[in-house]
Design a protein. Structure first.
Lengths: 292, 528
C-alpha cells in the first residue's frame, strides 16, 4: 500500500489553519454576521408578486413607512421578494400595524409566503441559546473523547479541531454574508458532529495500531490516517452528494444552511486529517506499553 | 463467526416488516387514513407548520400587572382595617408587589399590625420598621399567583381560538409565563393575533356630564373622574370624562353575539348578564335614567349610549361603529372572557400554504435525487456490496419514517434536510465495514474471516463515531425550537436506524450471500 506522508505536512497545515482562523476572526470583526431576525428581532416577509417588482421603488416605498432599517432582496426568482425590517419597537401594536400597513401598501394580488416577527427580547434569548448549544456540545464531545481514548491529548486534539471547524464556519458566514439564523446554529452543530465523527474514526485506528505495532508515533499516525483515508473520502463524497441534491432541489429556504454544511464537510475532513491527529503528537502523547 | 441464526433472521425480517407496516399510512391523506381498516396503523408523520402552512405564536403573560393590581387591592384592605380600628396613618401606598403604611401613633403599631393581619390573605408578609409597616407578597404567593394567571390566560386564549373556528390548534404553556399557540392552516393571522392579544376587559361606568373641553377651561377634572379616549379615533367625540367607579364588568356576562339592530340596520353586539349582573344593571339603569353609560373595552370607550329607560331584562346592545367582522370579534372576546393580564406577542411565524407545498415538493425532489446519486455511487464503488448497502439505505429511510410516524413526530423542512443528510451519512457505517473487510482481505485472510473481523473492528468505531453525532443532535433538541427540533429528531433517529441497517441488516445479507452462494471474490474490483 502506498502511504502518503500526511504527518510531513503538519507544519504547513498548522500555518494554513492559523491564518484561516485569523482571517475568519478578522472577517467576523470587520463584517460581523448577517444576523437574521431570529437573533436581531424584526419583521421578515416573503412575498410572491404576480409580476417582478421594481426593487428600488419597493425599497423607497417601504423606507418611507418603516422606522427601522429595510432590506429587500430577490429570493429564488424575480417575482419572489424577501423584505426584512429591523425595528427596535417593543410595542406589539406598532408591529402589528406595520405589517398591516405594508400589506395595504403592496398590490393586493400578492401571495404572502412567509411572515415572521421576532421581538427583540426573544432575539436576545435565542442568541444566548445558540451560543450555549454550541459551547455545551463542544464540551460534551471533548469529554466523551477524553473518556473513550483515555488521554487528554486525544480530547484536546479533537477539541482544537472542533474549534477550528466552528470558527472557520463562522468566517464562512461572514465572508458570504449568508443570513445567520437558527438553522445556521443547527448547521454548526451538525458540522461539529460530522467533524468529530471523522476524527473519532482516525483516533480509533490510532488506538488500535498502538496496541499491536511498535514504531515511532509519527509513523503510526501516518499509517492510521492512510488506513482510514478511503473511508474518510467516501463518506465525505456521499454526504456532499446528498447536500448537492439539497442545494439544487431543496429550495431557497434551506440553501444557506446547505452551503454552510458543504463547507463544514470539507473543513471537517481536512481538520481530522491534518489538525486533530498531528496535534496528539505535538501535545506530547507518549506511547506507554502496558505489557512492559 | 458468521452465523445464520434462525432467530436473528426472524428478528431482522420482523423489524423490516414492521417498518413497512408503520410507513404505510403516510401514503394517505388525513381523511383517507381514518377510513383504513382497523388492523392497519393509523399513525402518521405530522407536518410542521412550515410545511402545511399556519401560524406559530409565542406569547408572554404580563404576570407583574396582576401583582400590581393585587397590591392596589391590598391598599384598600389596609385602609378598611385601620379605619375599623380608628387608627391614624399616613403614607399609605402600593409597591410593585405589596404595600406600605406608616402608623401615626407609635403605641398602636401592634394593634394595627394585628388588625391588618386579620384582614389580608395568608401569603402576605408584614414586617415592622418602627412605625412603618411593610407588606409584601411571599415567594410562594407570587409563584401561586403567577401560575393562576398563566393558567387562566391559557384557558381564555383557548376559548378565543376555538371560537374563531381554527382547526386543531395547539396551545401549550412554555416555561413560567409563556404560551405557545400553533394554528395550522389559518388564512388571516393578523386577525387571530389581535383576537388573542387583546385583554378585552369590559367595564361599565357612568359618564360625567361635564365635557372634556369644559374641564380643560376650568383647569381641573371633576373629582372622581378620569379622561378616556374613544376607541374609534374618527368619531366626533374624541375623549370622554368617565366616573372612576366601575359599576359592572364583563365577568357578569353570560352571552354575547353579533346581530343587526332592527331599527338602525347597523351591526351591534347583543349581550346578556347573569342573574346578579342583570339585577345590578336594572338598578343602575333605574337610578340613572337620562344619564349616559360608558362602555369601556381595554380602557377605551367603545360606546356611550344614553339610558332612555330602565333595562330590567338583563340584556342589552353595544352599538359602536362595527363592521360584521369587528362585531363578531368583539362578541367572541366577550364570550371567552377577559385575560387576567395583558399578553405580549414575542414571536410570530406564519407560513402561507403555497410555500409549504413548495417546500414539501422541494424536499421530496432533493431526497429522491440525493438518494439516486448515492445509490449509483455505491454500486460503482463497491459493486455487490454497494447493492447491499443500497438495500440498507432504503430500509434506513423506511425505518426512519416509520419511527417518526410511530411517535407521531412533526416533520419540518430542516427535518427533511436531516433525512437527506442521514442518507448521506448512513452510508458511512457501511463504508467503514466494507473498507475494513477489504483491508482484512488484503492482509491475506479468508473471505469469511475477513467479513467477520471487518464487522467486529468496525463496530467499536461506528459506535464511538455515532455517539458523538448523537450528542450534537440531542443538544440541538434541547436548545432548539420548532423547526430545529424537527431537524434534531430526524438526525437522532436516523443515526439509530442507520446503525441497525448497517450492522445488523447488511451483516445478515452479506452472511447469507457468502454462506449460500460461496463467491470466490467479494469485490469485483481486483484486490492487489
Amino acid at each position: 500500500m502506498k502511504i502518503i506522508n500526511f504527518y510531513k505536512y503538519r507544519i504547513s497545515a498548522f500555518i494554513f489553519s492559523f491564518f484561516l482562523i485569523l482571517f475568519s476572526v478578522f472577517l467576523f470583526i470587520k463584517d460581523n454576521l448577517n444576523l437574521g431576525i431570529d437573533f436581531k428581532g424584526g419583521i421578515l416577509i416573503e412575498a410572491n408578486f404576480a409580476t417582478p417588482p421594481n426593487l428600488a421603488d419597493l425599497r423607497d416605498k417601504l423606507i418611507g413607512m418603516a422606522v427601522g432599517n429595510v432590506e429587500i432582496q430577490e429570493f429564488g426568482s424575480p417575482e419572489n421578494v424577501l423584505i426584512r425590517i429591523e425595528k427596535n419597537s417593543e410595542k406589539k401594536d406598532e408591529q402589528n400595524a406595520l405589517i398591516n400597513n405594508i400589506k395595504n401598501e403592496l398590490p393586493s394580488e400578492i401571495d404572502y409566503r412567509r411572515i415572521e416577527f421576532v421581538g427583540p427580547k426573544v432575539g436576545k434569548e435565542l442568541q444566548i441559546m445558540g451560543i450555549k448549544a454550541v459551547l455545551f456540545s463542544l464540551l460534551a464531545m471533548f469529554s466523551y473523547i477524553w473518556f473513550r481514548f483515555s488521554g487528554w491529548q486525544f480530547g484536546l486534539g479533537a477539541l482544537v479541531a472542533l474549534f477550528h471547524d466552528v470558527l472557520s464556519t463562522i468566517g464562512f458566514f461572514s465572508l458570504t454574508q449568508i443570513e445567520f439564523n437558527l438553522a445556521s446554529i443547527a448547521a454548526i452543530l451538525t458540522i461539529a458532529g460530522y467533524s468529530i465523527n471523522d476524527t473519532v474514526v482516525v483516533f480509533d485506528r490510532i488506538r488500535e495500531n498502538l496496541s499491536k505495532k511498535e514504531s515511532p508515533f509519527s509513523e503510526l499516525l501516518n499509517l492510521s490516517i492512510n488506513q482510514t483515508l478511503s473511508r474518510t473520502l467516501m463518506t465525505s463524497l456521499t454526504t456532499l452528494l446528498a447536500l448537492l441534491a439539497l442545494y439544487i432541489f431543496g429550495g431557497e429556504v434551506v440553501r444557506g444552511f446547505v452551503s454552510a454544511m458543504m463547507w463544514g464537510v470539507l473543513i471537517g475532513t481536512y481538520s481530522s486529517i491534518f489538525i486533530a491527529s498531528p496535534l496528539i503528537a505535538l501535545l506530547g502523547f507518549k506511547i506507554i506499553k502496558q505489557n512492559q | 463467526m458468521l452465523s445464520l441464526n434462525k432467530w436473528r433472521i426472524f428478528f431482522v425480517i420482523l423489524v423490516c416488516l414492521s417498518g413497512i407496516y408503520f410507513l404505510y399510512p403516510n401514503f394517505f391523506n388525513k381523511t383517507e387514513v381514518t377510513a383504513l381498516p382497523n388492523y392497519l396503523s393509523k399513525k402518521q408523520v405530522n407536518l410542521g407548520l412550515d410545511l402545511q402552512g399556519g401560524s406559530h405564536l409565542l406569547l408572554e403573560v404580563d404576570t407583574k400587572s396582576v401583582l400590581k393590581e393585587k397590591s392596589e387591592y391590598l391598599v384598600d384592605d389596609i385602609r378598611s382595617a385601620l379605619r375599623k380600628q380608628k387608627i391614624k396613618y399616613s403614607n399609605l401606598g402600593s409597591k410593585l408587589s405589596g404595600a406600605v403604611v406608616t402608623i401615626t401613633n407609635k403605641e398602636k403599631v401592634d394593634l394595627a399590625r394585628k388588625s391588618i393581619r386579620e384582614n389580608i390573605e395568608k401569603g402576605i408578609q408584614i414586617s415592622t420598621e418602627q412605625t412603618k409597616l411593610n407588606l409584601s407578597f411571599s415567594d410562594e404567593y407570587i409563584i401561586d399567583s403567577n401560575i393562576k394567571t398563566v393558567d387562566q390566560s391559557i384557558e381564555v386564549v383557548r376559548k378565543r381560538v376555538d371560537e374563531s373556528g381554527t382547526k386543531e390548534p395547539v396551545i401549550q404553556k412554555q416555561g413560567e409565563k409563556r404560551i405557545i399557540v400553533q394554528l395550522p392552516g389559518i388564512k388571516d393571522p393578523e386577525r387571530i393575533r389581535s383576537l388573542i392579544g387583546r385583554t378585552a376587559k369590559l367595564n361599565f361606568h357612568l359618564l360625567d356630564p361635564t365635557t372634556v373641553e369644559l374641564a380643560q377651561q376650568r383647569g381641573k377634572l371633576p373629582p372622581g373622574t378620569f379622561r378616556v379616549s374613544n376607541a374609534d379615533p374618527t368619531a366626533y367625540e374624541k375623549e370622554f370624562l368617565v366616573k372612576k367607579r366601575i359599576l359592572l364588568t364583563g365577568d357578569n356576562l353570560v352571552n354575547a353575539a353579533a346581530t343587526v339592530d332592527a331599527q338602525s340596520g347597523k351591526y351591534v353586539v347583543a349581550f346578556e348578564f347573569d342573574r346578579k349582573g342583570g339585577k345590578k344593571f336594572a338598578k343602575i339603569t333605574t337610578e340613572n335614567v337620562y344619564q349616559r353609560l360608558a362602555i369601556l373595552l381595554d380602557n377605551k370607550v367603545i360606546s356611550a349610549p344614553q339610558i332612555r329607560e330602565p333595562i330590567t331584562g338583563g340584556q342589552g346592545n353595544i352599538s359602536g361603529n362595527f363592521s360584521p367582522e369587528t362585531a363578531n370579534d368583539l362578541a367572541v372576546l366577550l364570550r371567552a372572557g377577559s385575560l387576567p393580564a395583558p399578553i405580549e406577542v414575542l414571536e410570530e411565524r406564519t407560513v402561507g400554504p403555497s410555500l409549504g407545498l413548495d417546500s414539501i415538493e422541494a424536499g421530496k425532489k432533493a431526497l429522491i435525487v440525493g438518494f439516486i446519486l448515492i445509490i449509483l455511487f455505491m454500486i460503482i464503488r463497491y459493486r455487490i456490496f454497494g447493492l447491499i448497502a443500497d438495500f440498507a439505505i432504503i430500509f434506513n429511510i423506511i425505518l426512519l419514517i416509520s419511527l417518526l410516524s410511530l411517535i407521531e413526530a412533526t416533520l419540518t423542512m430542516p427535518g427533511i434536510a436531516g433525512i437527506v443528510l442521514t442518507v448521506g451519512m448512513a452510508v458511512d457505517a457501511n463504508v467503514l465495514v466494507f473498507e475494513r473487510i477489504k483491508e482484512e482481505l488484503k492482509s491475506g485472510r479468508s473471505i469469511i474471516n475477513s467479513i467477520d473481523l471487518g464487522y467486529k473492528f468496525a463496530l467499536k468505531t461506528i459506535l464511538d463515531a455515532n455517539f458523538t453525532t448523537l450528542i450534537a443532535a440531542l443538544l440541538l433538541y434541547n436548545y432548539g425550537s420548532g423547526p430545529i427540533k424537527g431537524f434534531a429528531v430526524t438526525l437522532s433517529i436516523g443515526i439509530i436506524t442507520s446503525m441497525f441497517t448497517a450492522l445488523i441488516l447488511t451483516k445478515l445479507i452479506v452472511s447469507l450471500w457468502v454462506v449460500k452462494l460461496k463467491p470466490n471474490r467479494l469485490f469485483l474490483t481486483k484486490i492487489s
